[in-house]
Each structure stands twice: as structure tokens, then as C-alpha cells.
Design a protein around this ligand. Structure first.
Ligand SMILES: C[S@@+](CC[C@H](N)C(=O)[O-])C[C@H]1O[C@@H](n2cnc3c(N)ncnc32)[C@H](O)[C@@H]1O
Length: 220
């Protein structure tokens, strides 16, 4: 049976710069999918706290975070190839060495390639909202996703979810609150945490359009 995906692959137009970045920089930053847990120490060439960002889009938050925290390693997962090309180009321009990129469904990556208890944080910033009720099952944040992420977090590791969709915020809070292995750092049912993260492209759009943003941070 085909799994339900949280995205629709619209590859869109790849700019020449994005394609060039994929051709020349994938070798440096790209990680092929593997059906076995990664050896993170080998992948990054050191031992450090590891952060996973799911659906980094244009990569604004990832670039800002990785630049501000050279002491951490960052793994970005995104299915949209032009976005991946864009991030590679910007990683190279900023000379960042603590980021690796996977172009694959993050659920599969979590299930198959991420070792248990290996991530100090998982970021999900502005996941595709799937606003129609009949599409809610396509939302990334589901009970099985919460359990999976909880299993991958180190003790005290954090899951940070941000969205500008009020219904998704409510659903996210409900699902994460019900996960017995996660605890809201702000207290039961309380939103917060925007200051704990860098701004993302979708957030900038929400703010320009004067739409509110909801953040929630849960600890494993
Ligand atoms: C609404 S965009 C937000 C992008 C970025 N986080 C931001 O805030 O600007 C959601 C992104 O998540 C990606 N995405 C959705 N489901 C995914 C999955 N299962 N694995 C990897 N990427 C996914 C989409 O391709 C898209 O780029």
C-alpha cells in the first residue's frame, strides 16, 4: 500500500544556479538515503549535538541556526529539489561545514536512517498545512510521527513545531500532548518558543500578511 505523503512533489522550475549547485556541491553536503542507521560521527567527521530540520524549504532557518551554532551538526531533509539546490548554494557561499542534506521523505529518513536517541532537536517549521478536512490525514504531525520523533530524541532533546495555521496548531498541540514520551516545556497546552528559533521564509510571509504564528516545544 502506498503510504500517505505529507507533500505533493511539484518540482517547479530549477534555476541554473540551483542545478549547478546540485551538480557541484552535492558531493560535499549531500547524503544519499540509506536503509540502515547513519553513523553520524563519520558523516560529520566529529561528535557533536545533532539537529534535524524537516522540510527546510528555502533553508533560511537552517542557515541562520547552523551559522550561529557551529558547535552543533545539522541535518536538513527536504523533498523539493530546487530548494535543496538553493540550500547547497547558500551553504557554500557561507562556508558552513556543519550541515548535511538529504532529499527524501523525512518520515522514511526517521524510520530507517536515524539512530534511536541520537537527535538533540527536531525542527518542523511551517509544515504544509493541508487545510481541507479531508486532507488532514496528510499532515506530517500525527500520533505515529510524534512517537517516532520521541524515539529519535536524546533524553531532554526537543521537538519544535511552528505553524501559521490555527487548526494545525491546535491539532499539533493535541497530538504532541497525547504522546506519553514528550512533555511541553511551557506547561500543558501552552504555546511558545518563537524566540528559540531563527525566522523561516514561510514565517516571514505570514508576518508580512499579519497572520499570527504558533510555536510549541516539547521535550523528550
Ligand atoms: C510550507 S513549506 C515550509 C518551508 C520552510 N520550513 C519555511 O518555514 O519556510 C513545507 C516544506 O516541507 C517540505 N516537506 C513536506 N513534507 C515533507 C516530508 N515528509 N519530508 C521532507 N520534506 C517535506 C515541502 O517540500 C516544503 O518545502
Amino acid at each position: 500500500m502506498r503510504p500517505i505523503r505529507s507533500y505533493v512533489l511539484r518540482q517547479g522550475r530549477m534555476t541554473r544556479a540551483q542545478q549547478h549547485a546540485l551538480d557541484t556541491l552535492w558531493r560535499r553536503y549531500g547524503v544519499g538515503f540509506q536503509d540502515a542507521p547513519f553513523d553520524f560521527d563519520a558523516l560529520f567527521g566529529r561528535r557533536a549535538p545533532r539537529v534535524l530540520e524537516i522540510g527546510f524549504g528555502a533553508g533560511d532557518a537552517l542557515l541562520a541556526e547552523a551559522g550561529a551554532h557551529p558547535e552543533n551538526d545539522y541535518l536538513g531533509v527536504e523533498v523539493h529539489r530546487p530548494g535543496v539546490g538553493n540550500l547547497l548554494r547558500r551553504l557554500d557561499a557561507q562556508g558552513l561545514v556543519n550541515v548535511r542534506v538529504i532529499c527524501r521523505d523525512a518520515v522514511e529518513v526517521l524510520q530507517r536512517s536515524i539512530p534511536d536517541a541520537s537527535l538533540s532537536a527536531v525542527y518542523v517549521f511551517f509544515p504544509d498545512p493541508w487545510p481541507k478536512r479531508r486532507h488532514h490525514k496528510r499532515r506530517l504531525v500525527q500520533p505515529s510521527f510524534a512517537d517516532l520523533v520521541a524515539r529519535k530524541l536524546t533524553p531532554g532533546g526537543r521537538l519544535h513545531l511552528a505553524t501559521d495555521d490555527e487548526d494545525y496548531a491546535r491539532q499539533g498541540m493535541h497530538v504532541l500532548t497525547r504522546c506519553s514520551k514528550l512533555k511541553n516545556i511551557h506547561g500543558p497546552g501552552v504555546f511558545g518558543g518563537a524566540l528559540l528559533r531563527a525566522p523561516s521564509r514561510f514565517e516571514q510571509r505570514a508576518l508580512r500578511e499579519e497572520r499570527p504564528v504558533w510555536d510549541m516545544v516539547f521535550e523528550g
